[in-house]
Design a protein around this ligand. Structure first.
Ligand code: F0G
Length: 366
């Protein structure tokens, strides 16, 4: 039987940075690439979803945390720190536990989903709420890592991007080649940077561990389409946003650390970075859960919202193969499903304890 061994072992030859490092893993990666018949019919393209919410801590962050934590261990670090809108902190806390290290997380004032917060607490992280937004948290975390013996595990840590590039490898391994278009949400812009690196490496001859020359696996690279939330869309606007706002708290970021790399991914791939409103994000969320059976958090739904927006604008090529990454599981932040399309609350029908009442409530009788 082949047991998935986590991204470092599965892609060891393509992760030279990790050569010789102790492996800290929760067997992350190996997530499903799910064909979406409903979205395909709706858009006229061949749409598949890369469901990153099925990683061990329920977001894509685990791919970069196995590598960042393994490097931290190699460096002899005893403590790690990160700034986070929630998922990074959940992942860092879990992997620090696995590595036998302590973890401190800086989170913005309020606006963090309960699911993510409880993960960090459950894994024993020290939680510090900073009176500011994510960008402020990252500034403080960077300063701390410079001045104190703690390793920074945000995506400015190069090991994070190395680990996250494996998601692009998996897509190509599953499809046999790169898709035409890859769509994903953009927050701090680490993930679009990582996917682009993965796709470009897989489409060229590269140098692997110990200088070994690795052949190209893919014949081409996809267009990268990134989507920011409209209230937090610095790359689209062309300037930082001081007070980022969106219900998609995961991507409530006004000054992305990997801004330049995201623009490079966009331009080199011939893609675009656009924004979607909170209403469009919630529509994407609803369409995905109700037509495909895939439950994601709002931040992740930005990629589906982007696909639907592009379709309405008439720019989705017919029969193109399109992969949408959905970055985090719906149970991270489940409240949004309990709202109706017009903003009301969903309430269950109450019945007494008898089958006839249930049948009536279901419309099976009368
Ligand atoms: N989707 C989810 C669910 C996220 O948690 C994030 C980022 C993104 C998308 C955006 O990815 O930053 O690489 O562009 N979350 C970070 C965190 C900021 O702290 O958990 P990105």
């Amino acid at each position: 039987a082949h047991l998935w061994r986590g991204v470092i072992r599965e892609y060891a030859e393509r992760l030279p940075m990790l050569a010789g490092a102790p492996v800290v893993t929760l067997q992350e990666g190996g997530t499903p690439l799910i064909p979406c018949e409903g979205l395909s019919e709706l858009t006229g393209a061949n749409v598949l979803v890369k469901f990153e919410g099925l990683n061990p801590t329920a977001s894509f962050k685990d791919r970069g945390m196995t590598t960042a934590m393994s490097m931290a261990k190699k460096h002899g670090a005893k403590a790690v720190i990160c700034a986070s809108t929630g998922n990074t902190s959940a992942s860092a806390a879990a992997y620090a536990t696995k590595a036998g290290m302590t973890c401190a997380v800086l989170v913005p004032d309020g606006k963090i989903s309960m699911g993510k917060l409880s993960q960090a607490v459950a894994h024993g992280a020290t939680l510090i709420q900073v009176e500011g937004n994510f960008d402020d948290c990252l500034t403080v975390a960077r300063k701390l890592a410079e001045a104190y013996p703690v390793e920074l595990v945000n995506s400015v840590n190069p090991a994070r991007i190395e680990g996250q590039k494996t998601a692009a490898f998996e897509v190509v391994d599953a499809l046999g080649d790169a898709p035409d278009i890859h769509i994903l949400p953009v927050g701090n812009a680490g993930n679009i940077t990582a996917y682009w690196r993965g796709y470009t490496e897989y489409a060229s001859v590269t140098t692997g561990v110990a200088g070994v020359e690795l052949p190209a696996v893919a014949t081409r690279t996809p267009q990268m389409w990134g989507y920011q939330a409209a209230g937090s869309a610095p790359i689209v606007l062309g300037h930082p946003v001081d007070d980022p706002e969106t219900i998609a708290t995961a991507i409530r970021i006004g000054n992305p650390a990997s801004w330049a790399q995201a623009e490079a991914a966009r331009d080199e791939s011939g893609g675009h970075i656009d924004s979607v409103t909170d209403e469009e994000i919630l529509e994407g969320h609803r369409v995905l859960s109700s037509t495909e059976g895939i439950f994601v958090e709002p931040g992740s739904a930005a990629s589906i919202a982007g696909l639907l927006k592009a379709h309405r604008a008439g720019i989705v090529p017919r029969d193109a193969t399109i992969v949408c990454t959905v970055t985090g599981h719906g149970l991270k932040d489940p409240q949004w499903a309990l709202r109706t399309a017009d903003g009301g609350d969903v309430t269950p029908v109450r019945v007494p304890v008898d089958a006839f009442s249930v049948a009536v409530a279901l419309g099976l009788d009368g």
